[in-house]
Ligand binder design. Structure first.
Ligand code: SF4
Length: 260
């Protein structure tokens, strides 16, 4: 496995074939030369927050995002390629963009104009939902994929290293804003980080996480493990069997699952 973490050097990238989303055109609202996030997940594929990149430039402007997206959609059309999804992801947390809500409106407008059947998807760590415009914008997306990797405060702090002091119970409250109309995405891993062994796949930790899933009642849970270089160097992917075992427990709650 390549040990170098990765930054997207474009605003609009792909399309990328993804098992979860099909053919997905990505949108990166974050700087092109550095990662910007209010988490510092040990497994982040963009590297450590605040380390990569020399000059943290401003967020990509609303105007540039709209122009680049329209250009990419026109190009796809000229090649007779229809994307299944337009996905907000990239070098950090997209909802930190000060014009996230307006950008979602622009994206809906362009999607309706060029590919009305394409889904708008947002991958987010759910930390900005206290901002009403962000919450409302996420509700307008076709698919919201929100992060929950830990069932205990201790693991949450170790795995996600949030900047905010509000804690896991606050994060779970944020995930309950959608009346279950969301997908929860959870990373399962184990290994050393900062000299401490971390494993969120033990029965105890999985059961604690399941209790939170029961509270959130998402439509779907996506389970995944490491398959690219990560910020923390001592981590390892867990086996497919282990992921399947966790998947079965989610299914027993009557919740749809996807393993990737
Ligand atoms: S929330 Fe996403 S971008 Fe932010 S540190 Fe975690 S994995 Fe990286």
């Amino acid at each position: 496995m390549n040990t170098e973490t990765f930054l997207f050097d474009k605003i609009v990238f792909g399309p990328i074939k993804s098992r979860r989303l099909g053919l997905s055109l990505g949108i990166n609202l974050l700087p092109l030369d550095s990662k910007l996030c209010n988490y510092n997940c040990i497994y982040c594929e963009c590297g450590w927050t605040g380390i990569k990149g020399k000059s943290a430039q401003a967020f990509n402007s609303r105007k540039d995002v709209k122009n680049d997206l329209e250009e990419a959609l026109i190009e796809l059309k000229s090649k007779n390629i229809t994307p299944d999804a337009i996905t907000f992801a990239g070098n950090g947390e997209p909802t930190m963009h000060p014009h996230f809500s307006e950008i979602i409106d622009d994206t809906i407008e362009l999607r309706n104009k060029h590919f009305p059947g394409t889904k708008i998807v947002v991958l987010t760590n759910a930390t900005m939902l206290n901002r009403k415009p962000v919450l409302e914008a996420l509700k307008k997306a076709d698919l919201r994929i929100l992060k929950l990797d830990a069932g205990t405060e201790e693991l949450y702090q170790k795995i996600n290293q949030p900047h905010s002091k509000k804690g896991l119970s606050y994060a779970v409250e944020q995930l309950q804003h959608f009346d279950g109309d969301l997908t929860v995405q959870s990373m399962f891993l184990k290994g050393m980080s900062d000299g401490v062994f971390i494993d969120n796949t033990t029965d105890e930790n999985v059961n604690a996480w399941l209790e939170l899933i029961k509270k959130i009642k998402p439509k779907q849970v996506m389970l995944y493990s490491i398959n690219r270089a990560t910020a923390g160097q001592g981590l390892e992917a867990i086996s497919n069997e282990k992921l399947k075992e966790i998947e079965l427990k989610v299914k027993e709650l009557g919740i749809e699952t996807m393993v990737s």
